[in-house]
Design a protein. Structure first.
Length: 552
């Protein structure tokens, strides 16, 4: 009996694991295939609260994750390309979008799973295009997702007659608060409220779980899903943390409040449908839709309350600003010393990333204090880069096989490139922002849109470069070098668009022409400096032929 129960639970756990992995597979495919376009669309569609919420919902449907949208939002708010209030509207819309996803994935679309799997495998294996391969990945993920739901249904049949499972089910039905918390923890552990809700709903459809317990667990998944975003953005700036915390309080608190209402008025469930599974899905959708409708008009006051809860810190970069990863005691141990040098490079890269993120808002509203901070950061980066080169030159090996020279030269070169990027941001970009402020110049609407889009593209590559530095993953390095060529093509296209605006005689374009073109070149230069991080890794893995990537 015990052996049979363990076998049933193992099958159910493996099916749930396949469900969780499938959701992540689809999300990864969308991020890799359409991440750039999605980010551009998300940034440009925030002119009003309603459009921001709609944009967040659409992005969550495509990515099958409100958490992924929260991470994108955090990047935009940190970069100053969208406001924090619009960021909160995006989060509320994303919550609704993830609820819509659960409706779609639990529909009769599962009937086409074999076609999706066959088509996805063929596209993935036969295509040389990176985007087509990611589309194949998306189709495979969707097929496996539908198959995992069928496996959950099949594996859960024996639990219906199990005495032990009935005892647990009766407890969860009576103790809905416990079910609520268990579901919240589960959704946080699997990092997907969509997967959690689908699992609970599928079990309800099989008759394993009573509708009262399912309602509690679906609502609990909303709390867990919003908590994921909070954990992932703990180190973001204060505006991001305010938006994410406000969303957590609204979504988690609202879910707990609705659970209480359902316990007082149990007959409300009759308005949600006739079947337990559909009732649970409709509850999930209705809750997030109602939350959006009620909170969107009050989003300004809500954010002001969040500002009182999360105060401005004195400085976001003070902690760890003076510390260094360079350990003098490790100089006689090359591997350990190089590890220290890489950690220091990651820290320097993070400082330059912050400079790049904070420079663009200066062109809209010049702030002398912010400009002074960027210049100060540049001086600190230069000092750290020099100390790193001295440290690398002091590493001592026990024998010639340590290849100290080559590795030291590679890391010193990366440090020099990061220093060059910081200098480009501090001297050229800040100078242009100051000039435009003094002369009361403004970019044209289309010109500013081009620059913000290009800045965001380079910013994503900066983040990717730091990931390459930390992970030393050849596949990430290859993507980074591929993006270098993409950035070059985008820069050429944007220069042509600027010349076209000059041809039209737009006064704003004429007045800012030199600055516009110089900024494009400066951003391209920053991208190149960071992309150089990938070359030593690709050279060592044999994926670099001369100055070109090796063909698979």
């Amino acid at each position: 009996m015990l052996e049979n129960s363990l076998y049933v639970l193992l099958n159910l756990a493996s099916a749930a694991a396949l469900l969780i992995w499938s959701v992540r597979l689809v999300r990864t495919g969308f991020e890799r295939a359409f991440g750039g376009q999605l980010r551009h669309w998300l940034r440009l569609s925030t002119s009003g609260r309603l459009s921001a919420a709609g944009c967040g919902a659409g992005a969550a449907i495509l990515l099958q994750s409100s958490t992924a949208v929260a991470v994108l939002m955090a990047g935009f708010v940190s970069a100053g390309t969208i406001g924090a209030v619009a960021g909160l509207a995006i989060l509320l819309g994303a919550d609704l979008g993830s609820a819509i996803v659960t409706q779609l994935l639990n529909s009769s679309l599962s009937l086409v799973a074999p076609v999706l799997l066959l088509g996805g495998v063929v596209i993935f294996l036969r295509s040389s295009s990176r985007r087509l391969r990611q589309i194949g990945r998306i189709l495979i993920g969707l097929a496996l997702l539908f198959m995992s739901l069928d496996l959950i249904r099949a594996a859960s049949h024996p639990l219906i007659e199990s005495a032990q499972s009935q005892t647990i089910i009766l407890y969860l039905a009576d103790e809905t608060a416990a079910a609520f918390l268990v579901a919240a923890i589960f959704a946080w552990l699997v990092h997907s409220s969509v997967a959690a809700v689908l699992l609970f709903v599928t079990m309800a459809g099989q008759g394993i779980m009573p509708v009262e317990a399912t309602f509690a667990m679906v609502l609990g998944a909303n709390l867990g899903g919003s908590f994921i975003a909070l954990v992932l953005t703990l180190k973001s700036n204060v505006m991001v943390r305010r938006a994410v915390t406000a969303n957590l309080v609204l979504r988690g608190g609202g879910a707990a409040g609705l659970l209480y209402v359902l316990s007082v008025f149990p007959n409300l469930s009759s308005f949600l449908g006739s079947e337990p599974a559909q009732q649970s899905l409709n509850l999930h959708l209705a809750f997030n839709g109602l939350l959006l409708i009620l909170c969107l008009p009050l989003i300004g006051p809500i954010f002001r309350v969040a500002s009182f809860i999360i105060r401005d810190s004195e400085t976001d970069t003070e902690i760890g600003a003076k510390s260094s990863a360079l350990d003098p005691a490790a100089l006689s141990q090359p591997k350990r010393a190089f590890s220290c040098a890489v950690r220091e490079l990651v820290h320097i890269g993070g400082r330059v990333e912050a400079m790049h993120r904070n420079v663009l808002p200066l062109f809209e509203h010049f702030d002398e204090m912010a400009a002074r901070t960027i210049r100060s950061e540049n001086e600190d980066v230069a000092q750290r880069s020099l100390k790193l080169r001295i440290y690398l030159a002091s590493i001592r090996g026990k024998n010639a096989e340590d290849e100290i020279g080559t590795r030291a030269i590679e890391l010193a070169g990366i440090a020099a490139n990061l220093e060059s990027a910081a200098d480009m941001i501090s001297r050229k970009m800040v100078m242009h922002a100051e000039t435009m402020n003094l002369e009361s110049l403004k970019f044209s609407k289309d010109g500013w849109g081009d620059l913000t889009m290009f800045h965001d593209t380079v910013y994503r590559n900066v983040q990717l470069s730091i990931s390459v530095l930390m992970a030393e993953d050849p596949s990430l390095a290859r993507s980074l070098v591929e993006q270098k060529e993409t950035v070059r093509e985008i820069a050429q296209r944007l220069e042509k668009q600027h010349l076209y605006r000059l041809k039209q005689g737009l006064s704003e374009s004429i007045e800012t022409s030199s600055i516009h073109l110089d900024l494009l070149r400066a951003l391209k230069s920053v991208n190149t400096n960071f992309a150089m991080i990938a070359y030593p890794l690709l050279r060592d893995s044999g994926e670099l032929l001369g100055s070109r990537l090796a063909v698979n």
